[in-house]
Design a binder for this molecule. Structure first.
Ligand code: GDD
Length: 409
């Protein structure tokens, strides 16, 4: 039996995702028309003998209740949200619920970060892990040497794939192979986390009886029940024949910013061609808009037949797209109204926003740059013939003049 755990974090994390995370937990933000966390969840469906999927986070339960029950019904697999009372770190979080997770008596536990976008080759990882033996296998990918320091950098044995060395976000270059945030473990992982936690407690007790200076450093260290998977578990276990790596040759991205969510929406749309072609708009027939490339349109959205949509466009529920509108590389959220002949290019348009006639909401599309994608927060009104370029607009603003390279507070 296999159990999957997806770490979803909580409201204090993901501040870089503002203003889109103001009233929706980031894991539920739609990419390719589906909540971000839907993509790893549906990938879990391909794991043989999977009995349960847990989402662990410190958001309120009610924020996930609706989604969790609908996805359980849809995929016919038990999905449950488990709430931590406070952040325990990426390893402490799963350790906190070890008894519950072990109730199903799993031989293997998948652990996935919710904020990564990839093809999730989970059955392949399970096979590789069985061949290697050991306590865990980490999904890794080769990235450019310049970008590697944003991630956990690692060195693996080229023949056995054993993890030999691991450093989290190092200041000096270690390796262009990085940790993808997708793991498979045996239940021994809980013993390893417990080891770290016990060590912490012991150290804290020692400090309590020693000098003032030591006391100061103790206050700087983490509480015993806060354990990070990368620094506290992977680093010390490297080179001990316990951890192995599985390298993916497919795509992989991390989704920390709105700009990257637009890029990842496109990657998932492209993947729909293989897994869920029924979700892609076809533009067949004279009544439909012209569709170019990969496009998702929610069934309740109304798109004028003279509009031209795509590539990489995702349109959510109840959006209305007017005559002659042109949409390229964008995410249009629920209840947005786009008037006649407006253009949206490299942008995310927040819930209930409106874009006037002949207006343009656009950016240069550099996904990693701060203003490389234009973001309109919730209920922003762009009036007729206004051009918004490379800007971020916070919720409830009305724009009646054009802006460029600005953050409108
Ligand atoms: N439930 C819960 N509780 N989840 C948490 C907590 C916590 O206290 N802390 C972090 N997480 C979740 C995050 O939501 C995310 O899914 C995952 O754990 C890792 O988050 P971070 O610890 O903030 O690390 P990171 O995202 O900066 O980097 C990690 O992932 C990269 C891949 O995306 C590291 O493992 C890197 O090495 C790795 O390259």
């Amino acid at each position: 039996r296999v159990v999957a755990v997806i770490m979803v974090g909580g409201p204090t994390k993901g501040t870089r995702f503002r203003p889109l995370s103001f009233n929706l937990p980031k894991p539920l933000f739609p990419l390719a028309g589906q909540p971000m966390v839907h993509h790893p969840i549906s990938a879990c469906k391909r794991i043989p003998n999977l009995v349960q999927i847990y989402l662990i986070g410190f958001y309120e339960e009610r924020e996930f209740a609706l989604y969790v029950s609908s996805i359980s019904n849809e995929l016919k697999i038990a999905v449950r949200y488990l709430r931590e009372d406070k952040p325990h770190g990426s390893a402490g979080g799963i350790y906190n619920f070890r008894d519950l997770i072990m109730e199903d008596n799993p031989s293997h536990i998948f652990l996935l970060n919710f904020d990564v976008c990839c093809s999730f080759p989970l059955p392949e990882m399970l096979d590789a892990h069985r061949r290697y033996g050991g306590m865990g296998t980490i999904l890794v990918i080769k990235v450019s040497a310049e970008s590697a320091n944003q991630f956990g950098e690692l060195v693996a044995d080229t023949i056995t794939n054993e993890l030999l060395h691991y450093t989290e976000k190092p200041e000096t270059f270690v390796s262009d192979r990085i940790n993808c945030g997708v793991y498979i473990f045996t239940p021994e992982i809980f013993t390893a986390i417990q080891g770290v936690s016990t060590q912490r407690k012991d150290r804290a007790n020692l400090r309590r009886v020693s000098s003032f200076e030591a006391l100061q450093s103790a206050t700087r260290s983490f509480p015993a029940d806060f354990v990070r998977l990368d620094q506290d578990i992977l680093s010390p276990l490297a080179g001990k024949k316990q951890l192995y790596t599985y390298e993916t040759m497919d795509f992989w991205e991390q989704i920390k910013t709105p700009g990257m969510s637009l890029r990842c929406s496109g990657l998932y749309l492209a993947q729909f061609r293989y897994h869920s072609p029924h979700l892609l708009a076809t533009g067949d027939g004279t009544k439909n808009a012209t569709i170019i490339g990969d496009v998702y349109i929610h069934p309740s959205a109304k798109v004028h037949p003279t509009a031209k949509i795509g590539p990489n466009v995702s349109i959510s529920a109840n959006a209305r797209i007017g005559a002659g509108a042109r949409l390229i590389s964008c995410i249009i959220l629920d209840d947005v109204a786009i008037a006649e002949n407006a253009v949206v290019l490299h942008a995310i348009v927040g819930w209930k926003s409106s874009i006037g006639r002949w207006s343009r909401v656009q950016a240069d599309g550099q996904y990693n740059a701060k203003l490389g994608v234009t973001i309109l927060g919730e209920a922003v009104a762009v009036e007729d013939e206004v051009v918004v370029t490379n800007s971020i607009v916070l919720p409830n603003k009305t724009l009646n003049v054009s802006v460029q390279d600005e953050i409108i507070l």
